[in-house]
Design a protein around this ligand. Structure first.
Ligand code: ZEM
Length: 291
């Protein structure tokens, strides 16, 4: 046989320390490749993990992070996934170094790593995802459309099994990263610190004055004072809807509450549709941050 180290006849059973090694490798690459975008691949790794998970449909049990079907053309080419090839390519050397990990576990582990390395909360991680083939690709249209409003947000996120509070907590991820005209068509970051996990997204939503950006691109908002930040129509829906807005207010005031709720809801997101072997009572791994 020709297994690489650790893959002897497929009998290698990785332990927590092996997953920590993968974590450390992703963290090292994040440090090393700091000339990307705002200085980090972290945000786009979080987006990859979210788009792998956010296809979940609770009625049919299809989609979700178990499968990594975005590797294949129909799903990889969905408009919502434009640009995520940068994140997938970033992870190829990690997959080559640790061939025993599935793509589906690696993508989620990397999302966890990115959040922790960007000073976010600790996210408990459970491995066990299996890669599926092209037949498991989800239909286009399962991920949210940024041009829409509160009803659309509830439709999409209720299909995954989330409530209003969870929708608002998840949206705090937009403290990270930016929009790219060559990907979604939108432009700009949501916050002044797009490579650090903070509750600034909520603060800015409430504290800034937002008006329509005058440009030829898709409809988006800009802040009146600096015109350097942006909000999507779906972001603004979180303050035009009374129920959503109450949660925006709580998270704007209390970063600890945001960290606690964000960790819980992102763990739920990352585990949607993953058939963990409940009989083994597998306890989640807590990765040690390197930063
Ligand atoms: Zn996003 N997101 N997202 N999001 N997102 C973008 C970027 C990022 C929506 C959306 O349309 C967009 C969640 C929810 C929602 C991240 C994480 C999470 C972009 C810009 C758009 C258009 C893409 C581009 O041009 O590169 C909509 C409508 C959402 C509904 C609420 C949730 C939930 C997330 C994680 C938990 C992140 C980290 C980015 C930044 C990516 C980057 O490359 O910088």
């Amino acid at each position: 046989f020709s297994g690489s180290a650790g893959e002897t006849k497929g009998l290698f059973v990785p332990k927590a320390e092996d997953y920590q090694k993968v974590y450390n490798e992703v963290a090292a690459l994040l440090q090393e490749k700091d000339d990307y975008d705002d200085g980090s691949y972290g945000p786009v790794l979080v987006r990859l993990a979210w788009h792998a998970s956010g296809t979940y449909d609770k009625e049919t049990g299809t989609g979700g992070s178990n499968g990594a079907t975005m590797r294949f053309a129909p799903e990889g080419d969905h408009g919502a996934n434009a640009g995520l090839v940068a994140a997938r390519n970033f992870l190829e050397p990690v997959k080559a170094k640790f061939p025993w990990i599935t793509y589906s576990d690696l993508w989620i582990l990397s999302g966890v790593c990115a959040i922790q390395e960007m000073q976010g909360p600790t996210i408990p991680y459970r491995p066990g995802r299996q890669d599926k083939d092209i037949a498991a690709c989800t239909p286009d249209g399962r991920l949210p459309d940024a041009s829409k409003g509160n009803k659309h947000l509830r439709d999409i996120f209720c299909r995954m099994g989330f409530n209003d509070q969870e929708i608002v907590a998840l949206s705090g991820a937009h403290a990270l990263g930016r929009c790219h005209t060559d990907r979604s068509g939108f432009d700009g970051p949501w916050t002044f610190s797009p490579t650090v996990v903070t509750n600034d997204y909520y603060k800015l939503l409430l504290d800034e004055k937002w008006s329509w950006k005058k440009w030829n691109g898709p409809k988006q908002y800009e802040d009146k004072s600096t015109k350097s930040l942006m909000m999507l129509p779906t972001d603004m829906a979180l303050i035009s809807d009374k129920t959503f807005k109450q949660w925006v207010g709580k998270y704007a005031k209390d970063n600890d509450l945001f960290f606690k709720d964000f960790a819980a809801v992102i763990t739920k997101l990352f585990e949607l549709g993953v058939p963990f072997d409940e009989t083994t009572q597998q306890s989640p791994i807590t990765f040690k941050p390197t930063a």
